[in-house]
Design a protein around this ligand. Structure first.
Ligand code: SF4
Length: 389
């Protein structure tokens, strides 16, 4: 069972592969099993609660099963998890790759093979940035990179399974040792992979040189996920982010100049400690002016051990909820505007499978990450087809 980010999904898939290699059989999440591995997340209080509930539910349904718990929450709050009834062992973040092998590696290479069409490939782990709200560097440690030769052989293996798209994942991918650009250039040459996306990259690490090269690649898609976190410079300072809104704007403008109307998904945190009404309005104004296609919105969540935890001016939940709502409305408006601009155009769509909850439809994404649904046709799954939107 996996909670949290794409990196966790890639790592869970690698753990499952280890088990299969050792002679176990993988079953789907709702079946009963002898061993369960729960890969946890610590990003918010809510995600930790969800992890605890899942562990309890597994134990209730499978009282004699072995339950291993790993991931970021397990790294930070081992004792809390050990106390939950049914938990057999807790493996911290650095021990994640050693659930079966017992060897602790400094970086656990991982990629997912679960889906037929899209794989998540872990490029990097950990972070040296210590933004004031974030507990991830404490859970995942300092930045480490998966060696290039390992990445290339994993990408070739993914291609050999017929997967067409790879999403590069990591905690702070732009911090790849020796630079990310050489990795992108080498991955671009892997035969069989037709599409790449970068799951998320810090704006200050997205260099003009990288943008120049991506704009010439036929495989890297016109889709960027860039964390903004706040559209107010004073809040960004308190978050200890390494850029200001002017730098963020210049990156967006440069990408548009080179690549046209690309899809920008940006992360924002609503209700950081001390965020005033003015600062929040500045943020809304800034986001409107740069017009991303989508906002990934997170209400600020107090994480023990971080600098922001001890800051003055923590906002009531009601204020955070209001701000999340205002950002959601803005995101819906921007997303509709973006999609409308492509109405009637011909786009290449990679169909991934049946739409959850409606088996008569199949769904997939265009290169610029517009979701498309069409009547189900088995022959289209895993293929890239031209569609009039
Ligand atoms: S860059 Fe900041 S937000 Fe991202 S993982 Fe590192 S510390 Fe956390």
């Amino acid at each position: 069972m996996t909670l949290g980010c794409k990196l966790n999904f890639a790592e869970s898939s690698a753990i499952a592969q280890q088990f299969v290699k050792a002679g176990f059989r993988e079953v789907s999440a709702n079946e009963s099993a002898d061993i369960f591995v729960v890969n946890t997340c610590t990003v918010t209080e809510h995600s930790e609660k969800k992890c605890r509930n899942i562990i309890r539910k597994i134990h209730r349904r499978n009282p004699s099963a072995v339950i291993y718990v790993t991931g970021c929450y397990a790294e930070l709050k081992r004792e809390e998890i050990e106390k939950i009834e049914g938990v057999s062992a807790v493996f911290g973040q650095k021990e994640k790759g050693s659930i079966l092998s017992k060897s602790v590696e400094s970086i656990f290479p991982a990629c997912s093979y679960g889906e037929r069409t899209r794989s998540f490939l872990k490029v990097q782990d950990g972070c040296n940035y210590f933004c004031t709200y974030c507990a991830i560097p404490y859970a995942r440690g300092r930045s480490r990179s998966v060696p290039m030769d390992v990445l290339l052989s994993q990408a070739r293996k993914i291609a050999s399974k017929g997967v067409k798209e790879i999403v590069l994942t990591g905690v702070n991918i732009g911090d790849y040792e020796g630079g990310l650009l050489p990795v992108l250039k080498e991955l671009d040459k892997v035969e069989g992979i037709e599409r790449y996306r970068i799951s998320s990259i810090e704006p200050n690490l997205l260099t003009d040189e990288m943008i120049d090269w991506i704009s010439t690649s036929k495989k890297f898609q016109p889709h960027f996920h860039i964390p903004l976190q706040s559209g107010s410079d004073t809040v960004l300072k308190r978050m200890r982010r390494r850029y200001d809104t002017a730098l963020f704007r210049s990156k967006i403008e440069y990408i548009r100049k080179k690549m046209g109307d690309v899809f920008f998904g940006i992360d924002v945190i609503a209700g950081f400690p001390g965020e005033t009404e003015e600062e929040f309005n500045e943020e809304l104004h800034f986001i409107r002016s740069i017009k991303p296609a989508f906002l990934h919105i997170f209400p600020y969540s107090k994480r023990e051990g971080t600098v922001a935890y001890k800051m003055e001016g923590h906002l009531p939940e009601s204020v955070k909820t209001q701000r999340v709502k205002a950002l959601e409305e803005l995101s819906d408006e921007l997303h509709a505007e973006y999609c409308n601009r492509f109405k009637g155009s011909v786009q290449k769509v990679l169909f991934e499978g049946k739409v959850t909850g409606n088996g008569s439809l199949m769904g997939g994404y265009t290169g610029n990450y517009i979701r498309v649904e069409r009547p189900y046709n088995e022959l289209s799954i895993g293929k890239i087809e031209e569609v009039v939107l």
